[in-house]
Design a protein around this ligand. Structure first.
Ligand SMILES: [Zn+2]
Ligand SMILES: [Zn+2]
Length: 391
């Protein structure tokens, strides 16, 4: 007690007995959790006596238990960073659900898994506890979780806060928070991609269909659709405006055919169909419909190498000579369908190939060809009699 009173130690050294003072300056700057426990063992006898003295109910005891004093005692505090991010969202009848994730980074790369992040809706005050579940030896993350807006349109925000609990072994981490904003307007654009071939030959042109729809069925006619290759500096492979007509049977799906050149590289590529967001100058600021969100829809294309040769095929009816539209020619993995003049060009690789042809109402046929060059064939197909047995 006496020595404590006489010491007049600086605050951060207040818990150390006077006789330890000379060694402290070298030890303190590097003090951390493990260092602290070693120190505690070394100096335990005198520290015990100190605490015993303090527990008599002095002011100093209260101070040493208060948060600021403790933080100083365990310096350096790890100054952590936190970020709450919006992964995706879903509009439901009368509210939106936003899928989020919180990332936490300690510059000392501490494993903070098991500790909670508190996510508070700033609009309603509603709280949820989200555990930190993932740690990759550098930073930590929660799993995906969902926050909900209320039924009213407008701007919602959520604040993710991280604070180690006072008794936790990791309590030397700073408290941090981060706010995520989400604008809940029902005019949100979503996209669809269809009419995709089974396989794509590299560096050949291909045509697919892309459509977009606003949740409130606004006209999207004339808005540009882009096909982007995210793996290649997000180069724009094609742009086409959405047509005036809705896709048959839908109430709001605007669509277009869009052609692009398949990127090189034999593997499954992931491309994106995108539409930019826009702001309607005729609608007042803050009103639903003023803003339409941008939208991106990823799709996968299995790319195969370009075939060596082309089979140029024309199909006609053997009796009438009429061209056969819709005949399907397959040389695995390539497939083409004949146009109105009965014509198609099918890519094929060199060597022995098996060509299979199917056409509705006609007898199927198979032909083996040893291919060493481009090949042209006019095939007369025989009508399948109504009594023709199934093969
Ligand atoms: Zn840390
Ligand atoms: Zn709209």
């Amino acid at each position: 007690m006496e020595s404590n009173n006489q010491s007049l130690l600086p605050d951060e050294q207040g818990f150390v007995p006077d006789d330890m003072k000379p060694t402290l300056p070298e030890q303190l700057p590097s003090a951390d959790v493990s260092g602290e426990s070693e120190d505690a063992e070394e100096i335990s006898p005198s520290e015990d006596s100190l605490e015993a003295d303090g527990s008599e109910g002095t002011d100093e005891d209260d101070q040493s238990d208060s948060a600021p004093a403790r933080a100083k005692k365990e310096e350096p505090v790890h100054v952590v960073e936190i970020a709450m991010s919006h992964i995706s969202h879903r509009l439901l009848e009368d509210h939106a659900e936003v899928t989020c994730k919180v990332g936490i980074f300690c510059p000392q790369n501490c494993n903070l898994t098991g500790l909670p992040v508190i996510v508070t809706c700033d609009n309603t005050g509603e709280e949820q506890l989200v555990p930190i579940n993932n740690y990759n030896k550098v930073d930590c993350e929660t799993d995906y979780f969902i926050v909900k807006t209320g039924s009213e349109l407008g701007v919602y925000s959520w604040t993710a806060s991280f604070a180690c609990d006072a008794e936790g072994k990791l309590r030397q981490h700073s408290e941090v928070n981060h706010t995520l904003r989400f604008e809940y307007w029902p005019h949100t654009v979503s996209m669809a991609v269809w009419s995709l071939p089974m396989v794509y030959e590299e560096e050949r042109d291909v045509t697919i269909k892309v459509g977009a729809v606003c949740t409130n069925a606004c006209s999207l006619a004339g808005r540009d659709i882009k096909i982007i290759d995210p793996d290649n500096d997000s180069v724009v492979l094609a742009t086409a405006p959405l047509g005036e007509e809705l896709w048959p049977g839908t109430t709001a799906l605007y669509w277009t055919d869009i052609s692009f050149t398949v990127p090189a590289g034999v593997r499954v590529h992931t491309l994106s169909a995108c539409i930019d967001g826009w702001s309607d100058p005729d609608i007042e600021e803050g009103q639903p419909g003023k803003e339409h969100s941008a939208c991106t829809q990823a799709f996968h294309i299995p790319v195969i190498k370009q075939a060596d040769y082309a089979l140029d095929l024309t199909f006609s009816d053997c009796e009438t000579g009429e061209p056969i539209e819709g005949a399907e020619a397959i040389v695995h993995p390539y497939k083409r369908i004949s146009d109105a003049s009965g014509h198609l060009v099918l890519p094929v690789d060199a060597g022995e190939i098996t060509l299979k042809v199917f056409a509705e109402g006609y007898k199927d046929f198979t032909k083996e060809i040893l291919l060493t060059n481009n090949y042209t064939m006019k095939a007369e197909m025989m009508k399948k009699p109504v009594y023709w047995p199934d093969e």
